[in-house]
Write a protein that binds this ligand. Sequence first.
Ligand code: HEM
Length: 413
Amino acid sequence: MADGAGDILKNARAEAWAMPLETMDVSLGERFRDNTMWPFFERLRAEDPVHYCAESEFGPYWSVTKYNDIMTVDIDHKVFSSQGAITIANPDQDFLLPMFIAMDPPKHDAQRKAVSPIVSPHNLAKLESVIRERAGEILDGLPVGETFDWVDRVSIELTTQMLAILFDFPWEDRRKLTWWSDIITTDKSDVMTEEEGRAELMQCGAYFTRLWNERVNSEPGNDLISMMAHADATRNMEPMEYLGNLVLLIVGGNDTTRNSITGGLLALNENPDQYEKLRADPSLIVSMVPEIIRWQTPLAHMRRTATEDVQLRDKTIKKGDKVVMWYVSGNRDEEAIENPDAFIIDRPRPRQHLSFGFGIHRCVGNRLAEMQLRIVWEEVLKRWKFVEVMGEPKRVLSSFVKGYEHMAVRIYA
Ligand code: HEM
């Protein structure tokens, strides 16, 4: 950790434990950007695991912060609905994008089924060699011995290439996918108005509509667009619903894996004994990958809406209330995970984490994400002794996407 970062965390700890509980709001993006949200969640887990925040930028909301309570909410999709909204921020009512992650059964189940073949074991096996080849090309193009941005050159490039493969998207235009993903997940108010942002997304819709029209009349292909164009549940979607599901697949497959690739390298640098252990035994990659995904928790939360009054621990949640499951906190719950703040690449039961959610919305791409991370680390270890992180990374200003904008690194062959 860089000088100063320790002091900032110490101050945050003092603030977290001194403030009146009823004023605690864990949704502040600034705390995620500064990586100081940890003690606030620690206090909630210890003193008020189901916590009501009456006032926030996003209005009133409940926070669920312990592992087992999060599971209880996540698997009860009848009482805790996903319909219409799955993040703490409510969607803009004048720009609604229906997507199956924000739907309840039966429509959710049917649309999810339409795209699920993309991650069948057969398809994953086919994708493995393509991803390995692309990853190798990206890594071979990196400047050894010079400082460069790992996020841009490796994490973004790799996940963007994978998305392009999944959509069978025109290769030369693939950075458009990164651009659209960023418009959706990050605050772009410094470079464009809200209207301009929406216009960009409509262009995304128009671009993908051209691809749809080409594929709907061809033999069913093995890409996400063909799958939606040929399945009963998705072939007659309204334009905004098509755009919504595209947004889901673009963001779902992009930011999350990207931030795990960056977070894994950071975790290894902050824990040099683990990097050493990995170099000595690369077969540990298999258990390291889920540990990275737990440690990073690329999506800090998912949100539900209560469909009836319901008791959770000592609290009564009212029908219509917003309920936020803080995966980032559950993954550090000492009652569920031993020594949860430590990054341990050979931890027993490393898949015991909340980062992919649970229940009917559990991440469709979980095995694909794990495969991608495994390949990246296999290829990195084959090539170089050490990739050094050159200072604190710049983190994203968001309490939803937990990730990195830049991270300077240097490779030692
Ligand atoms: C480390 C990487 C990833 C993480 C941490 C992650 C995390 C998540 C989480 C937390 C959910 C919601 C779970 C819930 O509400 O219970 C989700 C759903 C989803 N993810 Fe991922 N994801 C990752 C990679 C991917 C990839 C590579 C894809 C690409 C295909 C993908 C596609 C989806 C889709 C389509 C859904 C919606 C599922 C549904 O509503 O039924 N994800 N993911």
